[in-house]
Design a protein. Structure first.
Length: 439
């Protein structure tokens, strides 16, 4: 027991820099801190005693390392859903994730009201294609209840080798019973930015999450569109974007905002507070913008939307965002493991906290599921339909479609607009803004 107690004390004092940052210099707090320190050592001794008794007398032989890791996880998850201990393997996976290189089913998770909840499916991933939605509660993974799982454990169970299957059971509002999804793991896309000309001179840009290359790819998309013709408006789609890297959210905002605050963070100690501001300079984008958001827009996506809204740079359209407004600092540990600790909250330029409230759109437009009652059937699909009779004309159209990529792009944009009422509303609003500017 003495050896274990000494080990715990050694671990406690092995991070003096962190302890120093927490200590307040004010003299009137010294007595309180001394009392807290004495109580801490008392409970550490109690913990060591419990551990020693468990090792000696528990009915089965126990793995001391596993017990200690579970104790650390229990301590962190009692604070909030986002603070966690990461084993060396988990820490490596996190680094791969921010680089956009991992295999899984493609969902961002949180724990809301003590239930494992989907923040958002990532576009183009198995979960997205199978119809997993933001707000879905994951009750079981591979038949095992998630009630007592940590966030890291849940993520680990859903990641795996490409081609392997994983089954999740989901509770969804409006459904009387659990819905089961069997998903085939795949490599999560490296890219996070896609774009198209949704209408003449109107650029549509979709950011699925914020990875290390997002700002670079965002600039490329704008520059590429600008070389063909002047961009006169942009629709930035942040729906079902679960967030990602803070620095990328700041840089994207900096591209679009000429000056002013982008976001601020406030933590426990004022000296750790940070303010991120746009850099003034030439070449800033001044065309009108609409930003699309929904309940799956979280964290870094909310930072961008909040900055553009508060600075009057764009109209926010859609539904209320998720409200994940806390900052997690990742601290590498000596053995290759990592500690993810919530250290601050995000605030928009107007000083409003995003946490648990999210961003309220300027224009609230709920998404309407497209009417597919005919399952996409056309005349040619009906039994005994008449033949066209114009073989030469059909051949000419096929040749034109084969060599005319512009028509294919227009058709892609048309289909996208037909299925998406929020996008149609954004385009209509943007065109009106452009007309007003010309007048």
């Amino acid at each position: 027991m003495k050896r274990i107690y000494l080990l715990i004390l050694t671990l406690l004092v092995s991070a003096p820099a962190l302890t120093a940052t927490m200590a307040a210099p004010m003299a009137e707090q010294e007595n309180k801190e001394q009392e807290q320190e004495a109580a801490m050592y008392q409970y550490l001794e109690t913990f060591a005693n419990v551990l020693d008794l468990t090792q000696q007398h528990y009915i089965d032989e126990v793995d001391s390392k596993e017990i200690l890791i579970n104790a650390i996880n229990g301590m962190l998850t009692s604070l909030d859903p986002h603070s966690s201990y990461m084993s060396p393997e988990d820490f490596t996976e996190l680094q791969d994730e921010t680089r956009g290189n991992f295999s899984g089913i493609g969902i961002e998770l949180t724990i809301r009201n003590r239930v494992l909840t989907v923040v958002s499916p990532i576009e183009g991933t198995p979960a997205y294609r199978q119809g997993v939605k933001a707000g879905d509660q994951i009750i079981k993974i591979e038949g095992k209840f998630t009630k007592d799982m940590t966030l890291n454990d849940a993520v680990k169970k859903m990641r795996g080798k490409k081609g392997d299957q994983v089954t999740i059971s989901i509770k969804r509002k409006g459904l009387p019973e659990l819905e089961k999804f069997t998903l085939v793991r795949d490599v999560i896309p490296h890219y996070s930015v896609s774009s198209m000309e949704i209408a003449p001179s109107i650029l549509y840009v979709r950011i699925t999450n914020f990875q290390s290359t997002t700002t670079r790819d965002f600039r490329k998309a704008i520059n590429k569109a600008g070389k063909k013709k002047k961009v006169e408006g942009m629709i930035l789609d942040l729906r079902n974007n679960p967030g990602g890297l803070l620095d990328q959210a700041v840089k994207i905002s900096d591209v679009l905002i000429d000056e002013g605050i982008i976001v601020s963070t406030r933590g426990r100690n004022p000296e750790q507070d940070m303010i991120f501001e746009a850099h003034r300079g030439s070449g800033k984008l001044d065309f009108p913008m609409i930003v699309l958001v929904n309940g799956g827009s979280a964290s870094a996506a909310e930072i961008v939307a909040g900055a553009l809204q508060d600075q009057g740079r764009a109209i926010i359209l859609g539904t209320q965002t998720f409200g994940k407004g806390s900052v997690q600092t990742v601290v590498p540990l000596p053995d290759g493991a990592g500690l993810r600790l919530t250290t601050a909250r995000y605030y928009t330029p107007s000083g409003v906290s995003i946490q648990a409230t999210g961003i309220k759109p300027d224009m609230i437009v709920p998404f309407e599921e497209p009417d597919e009652s005919n399952n996409g059937a056309r005349e040619k699909d009906l039994p005994h339909h008449f033949a066209n009779g114009d073989k030469d004309g059909q051949e000419q159209r096929k040749k034109k479609e084969a060599v005319d990529p512009l028509d294919q792009k227009k058709e892609k944009a048309r289909k996208r607009l037909a299925k998406d009422n929020q996008l149609r509303t954004a385009l209509f609003t943007l065109k009106n803004l452009h007309t007003q500017d010309e007048q």
